[in-house]
Design a protein around this ligand. Structure first.
Ligand code: ADP
Ligand code: MG
Length: 250
């Protein structure tokens, strides 16, 4: 579903991704760990067309990000085509980024109605089911300010799911939450994984990575230091840099 080969990205002189290789199979959960500044968010943003890569190859569901195949040549996508591709990718950020002037329900129906061409009635029905799934059916008409951080994040997940994405990207979805609210959000993600969603999750929740992740990838300074079975990478890392990092977050 996601394949990166030698992906490079720099901002001016700063090399942020120095040749990332990573594969996420359909239905798998890849947990991405690493110190602040190692390039994790930038990598997710590349997958989601928010940054353009400077080298290497990056494909989502077999299609090169930002390009369209034409014979054996690649054509750059037009803005409208990028928007279409991005609908297949759901993203959840550390800060929940809900529209503050819309209720939970309206936040979820906005994209399907406006860009997905779904009727308002169908979008509403679908949104109520999604709210049910994230345990917030009774909060449908609440505004973000009336919800806890954990509830807002669950609405944000429901909103991303409303476009029926092929892959979900999570960028430290629980890092901004009070500790007692983390569990409910992780539970929703755990269920999503069990339902077969392909997920790339940047997280420092080692327990989640170990339990839910099919692979764990440890990144540092723009390179993949170590990757593999979470039980091994997180319990018996081979690399000193991985060990040093884990001893800090555990
Ligand atoms: P992480 O998510 O692992 O903490 P990031 O991908 O956010 O790391 O950042 C990696 C590096 O890239 C950092 O040094 C950050 O300051 C830099 N960076 C990220 N985005 C930009 C940008 N738009 N312009 C310049 N530098 C950036
Ligand atoms: Mg980040």
């Amino acid at each position: 579903m996601v394949r990166a080969e030698g992906v490079r990205k720099h901002f001016g002189r700063l090399e942020v991704l120095k040749g990332i290789d990573l594969t996420v199979e359909r239905g798998q959960v890849c947990c991405l760990l690493g110190p602040s500044g190692s390039g994790k968010s930038t990598f997710l943003r590349c997958i989601n067309h928010l940054e353009r890569i400077d080298g290497g190859r990056l494909c989502v569901d077999g299609e090169p990000v930002g390009h369209r195949r034409h014979g054996d040549r690649l054509h750059e996508l037009r803005e409208r085509e990028v928007a279409e591709r991005r609908r297949d990718i759901g993203m959840v950020f550390q800060r929940f980024n809900l529209f503050p002037h819309m209720t939970a329900l309206e936040n979820i129906t906005e994209a399907p109605v406006r860009v997905g061409g779904t009727s308002r009635a169908d979008a509403r029905e679908q949104a109520l089911l999604l709210l049910e799934e994230v345990g917030l059916r009774d909060r449908a008409h609440h505004y973000p300010a009336q919800l806890s951080g954990g509830q807002q994040q669950r609405v944000a997940i429901a909103r991303a799911l409303a476009m029926r994405p092929k892959v979900m990207l999570f960028d430290e979805p629980t890092s901004a939450l009070d500790p007692e609210l983390v569990g409910d959000v992780l539970d929703v993600m755990r269920r999503l994984a069990a339902d077969g969603m392909t997920m790339v999750v940047v997280t420092h929740e080692i327990g989640f990575a170990r339990e839910v992740g099919d692979t764990a990838v440890f990144m540092d300074e723009g390179v993949v230091v170590e990757a593999g079975d979470p039980a091994r990478v997180l319990a018996e890392p081979e690399q000193e840099r991985t060990r040093a990092f884990l001893s800090k977050v555990l």
